[in-house]
Design a protein around this ligand. Structure first.
Ligand SMILES: CC(C)(COP(=O)(O)OP(=O)(O)OC[C@H]1O[C@@H](n2cnc3c(N)ncnc32)[C@H](O)[C@@H]1OP(=O)(O)O)[C@@H](O)C(=O)NCCC(=O)NCCS
Length: 221
């Protein structure tokens, strides 16, 4: 058997699995290990427990604050250009929160869409960008991520969101001409939404570095 890699000290190595671990000082029956792919089901159980998610929610709130601050800055940029007779071409969309307007005028948050520059290797294949150092995003290739409240699935809402945002903002105001969107293999609803919006399938990558299987979809020239 290989001798313990000195770089791992003071970690120990499980002789059966070869996995390194660190034993707690007081709770000797508890160890720290690298992540394991079969931890998923247990993680979901813990994340659904209020005693855990109430605190993770704080993280979500923090992310929301960051997003809000960015959008406020974008809106301020547009405000500063108010008197410019030529519409600015910008690299952002200041509206991405999807809300349902009720009959009494109140609005319910039902989802989100974010447009940004493509950065993942599988999105940038064939652009020559992968060979260069960071940042390697291509200023001409855009992508988006989205989700909708399950209560509103299957009513054509996200297809409409994408069509609206591409036609009314991304093309005229951001100069977007090419989009690359990846979805997890098997996400049939998301694939259908892309098809309905004119995206064409490029390839399935069975094993990406960070994702198990993704399908790459393209739109534009
Ligand atoms: C993907 C998602 C955004 C779609 O939103 P939506 O408003 O329900 O989408 P639409 O109603 O516009 O279109 C959904 C299409 O997929 C179809 N569809 C949905 N689930 C499907 C399934 N399991 N198998 C096959 N088709 C499916 C619907 O029938 C519909 O097609 P149709 O209009 O031809 O009937 C939404 O399901 C969601 O939030 N999913 C979880 C998060 C997610 O996957 N985000 C995308 C990450 S890339």
């Amino acid at each position: 058997m290989d001798a313990l890699n000195p770089q791992l000290r003071p970690l120990e190595v499980n002789p059966k699995t070869g996995e390194p671990f660190l034993r707690l000082i007081s709770h000797k029956n508890i160890i720290l290990t690298p992540a394991r792919l079969d931890d998923g089901p247990a993680m979901i159980t813990y994340f659904n427990d209020e005693r855990v998610y109430q605190w993770l929610r704080k993280n979500a709130e923090w992310s929301l604050k960051q997003a809000k601050q960015r959008q406020d800055e974008w809106l301020a940029e547009l405000e500063a250009a108010r008197d410019d007779p030529i519409l600015k071409v910008v690299d952002f969309c200041p509206v991405g929160s999807i809300r349902e307007v009720q009959e009494d005028g109140t609005e319910i948050f039902i989802g989100d869409i974010k447009i940004g520059l493509a950065q993942h290797p599988w999105e940038l294949e064939g652009t020559g960008r992968l060979e260069q150092g960071m940042p390697r995003s291509d200023p001409d290739i855009w992508t988006f991520g989205n989700y909708l409240a399950p209560s509103h699935h299957g009513r054509g809402i996200m297809s409409d969101v994408i069509q609206t945002i591409i036609q009314k903002w991304a093309i005229p105001r951001m100069g977007v001409r090419r989009m690359v969107v990846t979805v997890f293999e098997g996400n049939a609803g998301s694939v259908r939404v892309l098809e309905k919006n004119g995206f064409t399938f490029r390839e399935t990558i069975a094993a990406c570095a960070e994702r198990c299987g993704v399908c790459v979809w393209l739109n534009g020239s």
